[in-house]
Design a protein around this ligand. Structure first.
Ligand SMILES: [Zn+2]
Length: 192
């Protein structure tokens, strides 16, 4: 389990900034891990703000909700730059579904960390075709800490890192639940 390396506030009340990234396939528990970290910061009475892209409206308009229905209040935004406008004097900034944000997200999270904030990002590292998703590769490169979480392959019970799409649709962004995707290991993902 991820253990925060240096969480204390510096003198003057502002913490040293850094970026944490949580990635993995669908059903790997990324959002649960994001919520776990944010909830502990909340309990410590740190000021937190959470953002997600507006197009992800699967469950609730203003809450980050994981598949197992754990939830935490968040702000849906249209553009990555909006995060800078709305993060104000927060100490911790959470970002869910980071793969759906525009490319500006990379500069945005660097700016937040440079301002002294702890930034926690969660997102899909690969799309349904097994290709890197959106700005996730750049985000992984600039993050101080990267955690890759895994699901269990529904075919063989092995460790799954792919999100296999069950339908024939080809568009990259297709929001879905358990009926549209299933987690698979490399071997089962590639099997005909
Ligand atoms: Zn498998």
């Amino acid at each position: 389990m991820f253990v925060e390396p240096h969480i204390g506030r510096e003198e003057g009340g502002k913490g040293k900034g850094w970026i944490e990234l949580i990635c993995g396939s669908m059903f790997s528990g990324k959002t649960e891990e994001l919520i776990r970290r944010l909830n502990r910061a909340l309990i410590a009475k740190q000021k937190i703000e959470i953002f997600k892209p507006k197009l992800d409206t699967r469950y609730d308009e203003s809450e980050v909700v994981s598949h197992n229905k754990t939830k935490i209040r968040s702000t849906p935004v249209d553009f990555a730059e909006d995060i800078l406008l709305f993060s104000g004097n927060s100490e911790v900034v959470g970002i869910d579904e980071a793969q759906f944000f525009d490319a500006e997200i990379v500069n945005v999270v660097n700016t937040l960390a440079d301002q002294g904030k702890r930034v926690i990002i969660a997102g899909l590292d690969m799309d349904f075709s097994g290709k890197a998703f959106g700005s996730m590769p750049e985000l992984m490169a600039i993050a101080e800490y990267v955690t890759k979480v895994h699901a269990i392959c529904v075919k063989c019970g092995g460790i799954a890192s792919y999100s296999y799409r069950l339908s024939e649709e080809k568009q990259k962004v297709m929001l879905g639940e358990k009926d549209k995707y299933e987690p698979r290991c490399r071997k089962c993902f590639n099997a005909p």
